[in-house]
Ligand binder design. Structure first.
Ligand code: ZN
Length: 382
């Protein structure tokens, strides 16, 4: 009987203890509404002539050179911003965090390689060959191994430093020409660059780097058939440098028109020069690509007409639609119709033309096809 009593008291105590524990667990709650939802932004751009328009940023930094974030953060940012592909391009010759972060030019890429696959982000291996200006900096992407690159900044190694990347079959582009104003040769087509170009060791130029528009670089790309690049060159958090809380704000990037969403197809498109640089509301690229992009995004359909008061005049109306997340601003250059059109992302509006007009031409002033020239388009109204 005593034994039973003890057993009973024991069970009672146990259940009290269990109850207390359960209360503890059940008493715990989370302020989940304060968590940031993990969603990926969807940047909508229709296919262009059967090519997918991939959103790419091939110039970024982490603590493995002079960036301020760990590689994983770069991957998370790329995912949430809706990028398709990016590269970590650490400076070879400039590693200011070396006392705290072991110098290893391949390591940043390695850290996120697996996670990039899991998140369906194309991670391209890259490095930034960082020579004094001039000649300046060169990004090498699609490299195999950055460990054998030249760390000395001695000018006598300038050419060898870039050629290390060329030997690996890299795609090489000249970064932000003119970024240090006032230095002779920093914003010129210097002999050094000509030599790389002649040796097929220069394939593109950054026309857009972060918030900077290197206009001369656009002319060089057009005249010398080099690939137009746009990059963020981000060192800090994207959200610190770009006001992405405003929904339409995005980092500067390259739109790559690729046959498919693979690293190989991106490389093919880069080699073929099928790119447009995108920053803020602006697009910069070779005319054929900016035109193809515009035509893929913009649609014009007849809507209705109105008649003038007894004078026989007629005004035709057309619905113009922007099927993309890009922004276009048009100023009438020829014809009689709506003088200025602002085409916000994924929106439609009506424009008008007097009935005798067979076409209207516009300068798309939010685009650049040369340093001093916008894309000019003609709407056929018949
Ligand atoms: Zn850089």
């Amino acid at each position: 009987m005593v034994k039973k009593k003890i057993l009973f008291i024991g069970l009672l105590l146990c259940s009290v203890a269990l109850f207390a524990q359960r209360t503890d667990v059940e008493g715990m709650s989370y302020f989940d509404e304060q968590r940031r939802p993990q969603f990926r932004e969807n940047i909508v751009i229709p296919d262009v002539n059967g090519y997918k328009v991939l959103k790419c940023d091939f110039h970024t930094h982490t603590v493995f050179s002079d960036g301020l974030v760990w590689p994983t953060i770069r991957l998370q940012e790329a995912w949430s911003e809706g990028l398709d592909a990016f590269a970590l391009t650490e400076h070879i010759e400039y590693t200011p965090h070396k006392d705290d972060v072991k110098v290893n030019h391949n390591r940043a890429h390695e850290i996120i390689e697996e996670d990039a696959k899991k998140n369906n982000i194309i991670l391209v291996k890259g490095s930034e060959v960082t020579r004094n200006t001039p000649p300046g900096h060169f990004n090498a992407i699609y490299i195999q191994d950055a460990s054998g690159f030249i760390e000395s900044r001695d000018a006598s190694y300038d050419k060898a430093a870039v050629m290390k990347a060329a030997e690996q079959g890299a795609f090489i582009f000249w970064n932000h020409p003119g970024w240090q104003p006032g230095i002779k040769g920093s914003y010129e087509w210097i002999d050094f660059v000509e030599e790389l170009y002649a040796n097929q060791a220069l394939h593109g130029i950054e026309v857009i780097n972060g918030f900077g528009f290197h206009k001369k670089a656009l002319d060089w790309c057009v005249d010398k058939n080099l690939t137009v690049m746009g990059t963020s060159d981000i060192h800090n958090l994207i959200r610190r440098d770009y006001d992405t809380d405003r929904g339409y704000v995005h980092r500067s990037m390259t739109l790559v028109m690729a046959k498919e969403r693979t690293p190989e197809a991106i490389r093919e498109a880069l080699n073929a020069g099928r790119t447009v640089a995108w920053a803020s509301k602006y697009l910069a690229g070779k005319e054929e690509h900016v035109r193809a992009l515009f035509e893929a995004c913009i649609e014009l359909k007849p809507s209705h007409y109105t008649e003038g008061k007894g004078d026989g005049s007629k005004t035709n109306f057309y619905e113009i639609t922007n099927n993309s997340d890009l922004y276009f601003e048009l100023i009438l250059s020829e014809g009689s119709g709506t003088s200025r059109i602002l085409l916000y992302p994924q929106s439609s509006q009506l424009i008008s033309a007097t009935s005798n007009q067979s076409s209207l031409s516009y300068d798309v002033v939010s685009t650049y096809v040369r340093s001093d020239q916008h894309l000019n388009i003609t709407f056929n109204l018949n």
